[in-house]
Design a protein around this ligand. Structure first.
Ligand code: HEC
Length: 417
């Protein structure tokens, strides 16, 4: 079974207009309780030995990770060398042929060779990561997404057989605790065909040439296992239309002003915040083009001190459901069932989403919004209280990308002596 469940049917203009009204109503009520991760502790500025930086200084920590990931290696930011979903989850998994060093990447996970260009044109299942709002409102119609992971994360998935459904089913039946190593990093980037961007603006983007086209980076999600429930942050190109819509932009470390409030009308341009000296200093070690990116915010807990759900989303990646977007809550729903298949579906009423008794089926609750706040134990157990779903340590890649092991291994054997 494949899970190309992101393919929302585009509604007609009329339908989507109705949808928008519903969204607006839900957002008005939700914004009353929306909260965000608190700013960095004032101590972060002076104390070099803060014991738990990710927790106490999340914004500073987010930039440190960003700068580290963007350190040049062979002329490109180091994350370019990370494995993609396509490298990790072959479409026709044949685990029995993967022990040899010559195993074909068609059947086995393969860490990318040095110097490989990012396969930007890949329009995998994650491409249409959009709620069903009319496309005319989508500022970047042809934006494509790419998911990548570092070696620690890749190795964990491969060594524990979490890269195909039968392996995931075994994790379910043996109650294997999916718990990534603390070094694990996962990123998701969004790119636009630069032809869409005004000529004078083009050199403000980090770009990649692939397949005769130039692609510009507009959004970057980062999650790292520095915290048991992962550390979450998202970055945007400074000129993204609607960059701070709905939730505002918050960076208590890197820029002034630290908070840019959301404004109306939507999809307007937001003034570039100026970069603080401490961040400018850090930026010295990376390509100056990254001065055109801003931290949208970071997230380290489901709720704030009052139990109010925290929210974070990127104007590009979470377009259409950013209003209630909570990285942590939606990702807490990444699960598989006893067959090693997607437990709670992706978005909307998807075929994989009927696992629990009558509860909403996806990362987005009606009307097409993200869940937020602390996870609901019933998501995982159903009413009976017996475990029906196995959690994936916040990573959606396994339920979304893992395929069923290929029945006929003939073809594989022929290719992988
Ligand atoms: C409503 C659900 C939802 C929300 C909210 C959400 N994500 Fe995701 N995310 C997904 C799904 C589904 C995938 C896997 C499919 C894909 O690649 O798009 C994913 C993939 C990812 C990945 C690749 C690793 C993985 O889990 O497979 C990263 C990194 C990521 N998201 C970060 C974030 C960050 C940071 C935020 C908040 C700013 C966020 N996400 C908000 C649903 C969500």
């Amino acid at each position: 079974m494949t899970f190309h469940v992101f393919s929302f049917a585009r509604p007609s203009l009329h339908q989507s207009f109705l949808g928008l009204i519903v969204l607006t109503v839900s957002v008005l009520s939700s914004s009353l309780w929306a909260s965000t991760t608190p700013p960095d502790s004032p101590q972060c500025k002076t104390d070099k030995n803060i014991p738990n930086k990710a927790m106490h200084c999340p914004d500073q920590f987010a930039w440190e990770v960003f700068i580290k990931l963007n350190q040049p290696r062979d002329g490109l930011p180091s994350w370019h060398s990370f494995a993609t979903d396509q490298d990790t989850f072959p479409q026709k998994p044949v685990p029995s042929v993967c022990s040899t060093s010559k195993a074909s990447p068609d059947y086995c996970p393969a860490w990318p060779k040095a110097g490989r260009l990012l396969p930007i044109e890949q329009q995998g299942p994650s491409k249409s990561h959009h709620a069903p709002i009319d496309s005319v409102l989508d500022p970047f119609l042809t934006n494509v997404e790419l998911v990548q992971r570092n070696k620690a994360s890749f190795d964990y998935i491969v060594n524990n057989n979490l890269w195909y459904q039968q392996g995931l089913a075994k994790a379910f039946s043996t109650d294997f605790d999916v718990d990534f190593p603390v070094e694990a990093i996962e990123i998701k980037t969004n790119w636009v065909d630069l032809a869409q961007i005004d000529k004078v603006q083009r050199d403000t983007f980090h770009t990649v040439k692939y397949d005769g086209k130039q692609w510009g980076l507009v959004a970057m999600h980062i999650t790292t296992k520095d915290l048991p429930q992962w550390f979450w942050a998202t970055f945007e190109h400074v000129s993204n239309p609607g960059r701070c819509d709905w939730l505002g932009c918050r960076d208590s470390f890197g820029v002034t002003p630290a908070v840019t409030q959301a404004k109306k009308p939507l999809y307007g341009y937001y003034q570039a915040e100026s970069i603080n000296p401490a961040l400018a200093n850090m930026m010295e070690s990376v390509d100056p083009v990254f001065r055109n990116y801003r931290l949208k915010g970071s997230q380290v807990d489901f709720v704030d001190d009052t139990g109010t759900p925290t929210l974070l989303g990127n104007s590009v990646t979470e377009f259409g459901f950013i209003q209630n977007s909570s990285c942590m809550t939606c990702h807490a729903r990444a699960t598989v069932n006893w067959q090693g298949q997607n437990g709670l579906g992706g978005f909307g009423n998807t075929p994989g989403g009927q696992a629990t008794d009558g509860l909403p089926t996806a990362g987005i609750s009606a009307p097409q919004q993200s869940f937020s706040g602390a996870p609901d134990p019933r998501w995982y157990t159903g009413a009976s209280g017996n475990q029906q779903l196995h959690t994936m340590d916040f990573l959606w890649a396994m339920p979304f990308q893992a395929q069923s092991a290929y029945d006929s291994i003939k073809e594989a054997k022929a290719k992988s002596p």
